[in-house]
Ligand binder design. Structure first.
Ligand code: NAP
Ligand code: GLV
Length: 313
């Protein structure tokens, strides 16, 4: 029998339990702290932000499924055995959600919606202004993984010029010009009007966008961060916004979440805040994805999207 040990740091268990029962007939789903004893037999864990120590305490866990595409919420627990396979979420629901969020946010920056919304609050009728044609807007994807590719598939039909940057080299394909590694970062940033950050949190991506790298963006560029809060040095970002080097930022992820009440970011006129909702893992699609991976494992195959511990994603 398939056994799922479930941990979510917020309400919602009942909905997930029903979804698992639909996706995996006969499944035994157990909500933390009622995970049972290791002697109960092999189990898969399905977790978001698990309490440190709880996975290591359960040596019958054979694989850990991450609720999200990111695994930083799991890897922060140093007690998890190195050899325990961790599988990242990459279902179609997550990809669609991120693609919609990126499309919405890019269009808002391109069409000056933040300025128009501020003008409405002042009952101000802005005289005609000419938005740049989409073909002249260079959207730079920082990260060229599953979510970035899903977003690109929605951005290309609008006509944007798309560039992408990632760790390993790739061929230029589908009208996306590719840049790789630190040696290409300056050229990539120089050629970006709207930067979309979709990188994982790893030791290499920590504060990747700091005072030096942010200043490589052209004057007037905008930033959308839907990756992780560690990617941007927030103080440096605010300096660049206040000096008018950058025109605006949409931030969905933060170094501390929830964003503290006292944060000055809440009131910054050039910052739009969303509460880590760019792509939400939805029960129906996600449990089907888990069922698919479990079927792969039970056929003796390597599941899709296994975490590579050496790269951290
Ligand atoms: P993915 O398929 O693994 O793609 C990750 C991309 O980042 C790859 O292109 C990878 O390069 C690149 N990368 C990693 N480290 C790098 C480095 N040091 N330098 C340059 N590029 C680097 O992951 P994904 O499924 O697209 O998810 C991306 C991230 O989105 C997640 O890790 C998570 O943090 C975030 N996320 C946020 C939300 C939200 O609601 N805000 C929702 C879901 C996910 P290579 O192609 O060379 O490997
Ligand atoms: C959400 O942040 C995820 O990693 O899927």
């Amino acid at each position: 029998m398939t056994r799922i040990l479930f941990y979510l740091d917020e309400p919602g268990y009942e909905i997930w339990k029903e979804a698992f029962i639909d996706a995996i007939p006969g499944v035994d789903v157990r909500n933390y702290p009622h995970w049972g004893e290791p002697e109960d037999g092999p189990a898969y864990a399905f977790v978001w932000n698990p309490k440190p120590g709880i996975i290591a305490d359960q040596p019958n866990i054979t694989h850990v499924f991450s609720f999200g595409a990111g695994v930083d919420h799991i890897l922060r627990d140093p007690t998890i055995p190195e050899e325990l396979p961790v599988i990242r979420m990459s279902d179609d629901g997550l990809k669609d959600g991120m693609a919609e969020f990126v499309l919405m946010s890019v269009l808002m920056h391109h069409r000056g919606m933040h300025k128009l919304m501020a003008a409405q609050l002042q009952k101000q009728w802005i005289d005609t202004f000419y938005p740049t044609e989409a073909a002249d807007v260079r959207v730079g994807m920082l990260g060229y993984g599953a979510l970035a590719r899903a977003a690109i598939s929605r951005l290309l039909p609008i006509g944007y010029k798309i560039n992408a940057w990632s760790r390993t080299p790739k061929a230029t394909e589908n009208n996306v010009t590719h840049y790789a590694g630190r040696e290409d970062l300056a050229d990539f940033l120089n050629a970006t009007d709207i930067l979309v950050c979709l990188l994982p949190a790893t030791s290499e991506t920590n504060n990747l966008l700091d005072a030096d790298t942010l200043s490589l963006l052209p004057k007037g560029a905008a930033i959308i961060n839907a990756g992780r809060g560690n990617l941007i040095d927030i103080d440096a970002l605010v300096v660049q916004l206040d000096s008018d080097h950058l025109s605006g930022a949409t931030l969905d992820v933060f170094p501390t979440e929830p964003l503290p009440q006292g944060s000055l970011l809440w009131h910054h006129p050039k910052i739009t805040i969303t509460p880590h909702i760019a792509a939400i893992t939805r029960p129906k699609n996600a449990t089907r994805y888990v069922a698919h991976c479990i079927a792969q494992i039970e056929r003796g195959k390597q599941p899709d999207n296994l975490l590579d511990r050496s790269s951290g994603y």
